[in-house]
Design a protein around this ligand. Structure first.
Ligand code: 13P
Length: 278
């Protein structure tokens, strides 16, 4: 199938009460395996790309591979530019086939985040492209304060004002989550997710999806999370599969390695995809 509008994928998930896994990718394998396993599970999937990784793989190549892989399957696939505050990069992604972009102004003062998000929304909506914005600070999971300090969480009042002013399509919220390996088990603020969802009635996004206990993820989906981003755990699963294969098979053949590790990487992907369908 051709790529689907990310907004359509997320709206369906949000109204039907499930979530969509968004996997951060960096090469052909990570794109191909995520799409193939989503097809195997007959569930939608979103391919997410960090623009800071353009020095390794360009936006054009990510777009070309994702479009080509999506054409071979029958499930909805979205292509999303993750965490970007560079208007030129956002514009380029929109021109070359990304189906959604994230403008991340969460590090800025509220009014500046609003103003910049408004500009991106205006340009994106003119092209029929959806925009994810972020409010509150989703920090680093290696720093307890980044995910345990409630002063950094998204507030319902600010979320309402932000959404009314920006008309973004989805909102990444800070609710006890953070990026990377958590140094202590996180505790999501589930009532806060529910309150923001009820107030905004738009799909909410959970960043830092690696390492959040399954029961919390499932409860978060029931309360309004429609997309969960996973990077760290995906890359770790990939690494472990390659490491174990190399140790056991005692080979240096990289084709055999790429081919033979697919099953175990796909097992990880299947778990994450299905976790969001409580
Ligand atoms: P993790 O690396 O913690 O899975 O976070 C990914 C993410 O939120 C991408 O936006």
């Amino acid at each position: 199938m051709p790529l689907e509008k990310t907004g359509d994928i997320l709206r369906h998930a949000y109204t039907q009460g499930y979530g969509v896994a968004a996997f951060n990718i960096f090469n052909y394998e990570t794109i191909h395996l995520a799409i193939q396993e989503a097809e195997n599970q007959q569930k939608p999937v979103i391919i997410g790309f960090y623009p800071v990784w353009q020095s390794y793989i360009s936006l054009d190549v990510v777009s070309a591979i994702t479009h080509a892989c999506a054409k071979t399957v029958g499930i909805p696939v979205g292509l999303h530019l993750d965490h970007c505050d560079d208007f030129a990069v956002i514009t380029k992604a929109m021109q070359i086939g990304f189906s959604s972009v994230m403008y991340d102004g969460s590090h800025l003062p509220f009014d500046e985040n609003v103003k910049n998000t408004q500009n991106v929304v205006k340009a994106a909506h003119a092209l029929g492209i959806d925009v994810e914005a972020e409010l509150g600070a989703v920090g680093d999971a290696s720093n307890i304060e980044d995910f345990a300090d409630r002063d950094k969480f998204t507030t319902v009042e600010q979320a309402i004002e932000f959404y009314e002013k920006t008309n973004c399509n989805s909102l990444a919220v800070a609710v006890g989550n953070a990026h990377g390996n958590y140094i202590q088990e996180p505790t999501l603020d589930l009532p806060r997710i529910e309150a923001i969802s009820k107030a905004l009635n738009i799909p909410l996004v959970l960043h830092g999806g690696s390492g959040i206990p399954d029961d919390q993820v499932q409860e978060a989906v029931k309360r309004g999370i429609a997309k969960m981003n996973v990077a760290t755990e995906y890359h770790h699963a990939y690494y472990l599969a390659v490491k174990e294969y190399m140790q056991v098979s005692n080979t240096t053949n990289m084709y055999n390695c790429a081919n033979d590790t697919q099953t175990s990487i796909r097992e990880f992907l299947a778990c994450k995809i299905n976790l969001l369908h409580p």
